[in-house]
Design a protein around this ligand. Structure first.
Ligand code: AMP
Length: 445
């Protein structure tokens, strides 16, 4: 199947070609035809599967010939980063058209948004809270809305946005097309689907997702040696771009500074940054001026950096779901990627969970030249296991709580979809490492 078979407007087909998309991804193959036919669609697909183009292309196709009469498509997203990415996709795919889009989210000034909305836009990509403010102030008019998209619906639920979404939906025309995308299907999302979609076509992208080629490895290491191991791993790794995850923002900041001092082009992304600084770090990472970005899960949510070649979990995430989301950042759309996870003996229960869910063991590796026997400093404050990040009221996902059963199945599928079952076989590119075969040896050099 090729993009030509969708019979899209030549301007859109040309942009798809210019962006280097050769064949549609599975979600695009299955979602684009029913969306073009005007049907409601529920797409079960995670980030990295090409789902954005799966809804953006048919929306552009639908809006192209129509009259310009205000906001005709609304896309709701959980985070400002995701909203920006969708907006960029619309701009990229719709560059040859005169259709305009803008973003609406909190944490930034409201006036430029009002100006954009007044100037007239066809598509609005919004986070729920700020959109409600605009609706209350009557600075946005949605009476001509034709298409509503709820993207990453399960994330919006995790972040406590469902009541806001219901309030927004109440203010939209009943006669509309509604599309929903979600990586998992907890009960609350199922209920929302019944409320807002009409006779939807359900598309599930599980093990048929794009053939991602991510190889995974665990690096057993004592807590106090993690930074040393990271520097050694980086020295041995030939990486284009590396996303490093830490458990706390304090740690993200500190590692960013340490890498910077060690001569790497590195930035950190953590909740305390101003919107401008966040944007600088993200833009710099996207355009390659930073090779390394260090982030917490919350700060990294929604980052789409399609060329990330390595994800390094400096601290293992708490849940298999979070693990899936982190590794989903590499090996996107048929590119190859590596996911390395540092594990301390304390992390073994989480590792066992991840391995149980995916039904395969992840290879353990040690670095030949690294001194694993170095004792911990006397006062271990610097390297002590960091305290848990305080739970933000809204921004903290209830991972592993809501819909735990359905999340599990989907996580397993997602892990297989990203090629994790190849992990234990996958060699780590350009790296001199020794696999550690047994759990007993794992703790020693
Ligand atoms: P998404 O899942 O929408 O976040 O997309 C993940 C990445 O895949 C983005 O960087 C897209 O630009 C890219 N992409 C989307 N569709 C295709 C395609 N058909 N072929 C190659 N890359 C694609």
């Amino acid at each position: 199947m090729s993009f030509a078979s969708f019979n899209l407007h030549p301007q859109l087909t040309a942009r798809v070609k210019a962006l280097g998309y050769k064949v549609p991804t599975p979600i695009q193959m299955r979602a684009i035809p029913p969306v073009l036919a005007g049907k409601d669609v529920m797409g079960l697909a995670q980030t990295g599967t090409g789902k954005t183009a799966a809804f953006v292309l048919p929306i552009l196709e639908r809006l192209l010939p129509g009259p310009r009469r205000g906001v005709r498509a609304l896309i709701l997203a959980p985070t400002r980063e995701l909203a920006e990415q969708i907006h960029v996709s619309i701009r990229e795919l719709g560059r040859a058209t005169s259709l305009r889009s803008c973003t609406v989210y909190g944490g930034v000034g409201v006036s430029p948004q009002i100006q954009n909305l007044r100037a007239g836009v066809d598509i609005v990509v919004a986070c729920p809270g700020r959109l409600l403010d605009h609706l209350a102030q009557k600075t946005i008019d949605l009476k001509n809305l034709e298409v509503l998209v709820l993207d990453e619906a399960d994330r919006m639920f995790d972040m406590g946005f469902l009541p806001d979404i219901r309030r927004i939906v109440k203010q939209l025309p009943l006669e509309r097309q509604t599309l929903m995308f979600s990586a998992t299907m907890p009960d609350d999302i199922k209920r929302l689907t019944d409320e807002v979609l009409r006779h939807p076509v359900t598309i599930k992208i599980g093990h048929t997702a794009p053939a991602h080629t991510v190889s995974h490895a665990l690096y057993p290491v004592a807590q106090h040696l993690k930074t040393g191991l990271l520097l050694e791993l980086l020295r041995l790794t030939d990486a284009e771009s590396i996303l490093i995850f830490t458990r706390t923002k304090h740690r993200a900041k500190r590692i960013g500074q340490q890498l910077d001092r060690a001569g790497y082009r590195a930035a950190s992304l953590q909740g305390n940054l101003s919107q401008n600084k966040r944007q600088d770090a993200l833009d710099g990472f996207r355009n390659g001026s930073y090779q390394i970005l260090v982030a917490t899960d919350i700060a990294a949510r929604g980052i789409d950096v399609s060329s990330v070649s390595h994800v390094i979990n400096y601290d293992i995430p708490d849940t298999t779901d979070a693990y899936t989301h982190r590794i989903g950042r590499t090996g996107r759309a048929e590119k190859t990627g590596d996911a390395f996870t540092f594990v301390t003996p304390d992390d073994e229960p989480v590792v066992r969970n991840i391995e149980r869910v995916l039904g395969a063991k992840i290879g353990r590796r040690t670095l030949e030249a690294f001194d694993y026997g170095k004792p911990a400093p006397k006062r271990d404050a610097e390297f002590a296991r960091p305290p848990r990040e305080p739970r933000a009221r809204r921004a903290q996902p209830a991972q592993g709580q809501a819909g735990a059963r359905s999340t599990r199945t989907t996580v397993k599928e997602a892990l297989h979809a990203t090629g994790i079952d190849r992990a234990s076989r996958g060699a780590v590119r350009t790296m001199k490492t020794t696999p550690v075969p047994s759990p007993t040896r794992r703790r020693h050099r």
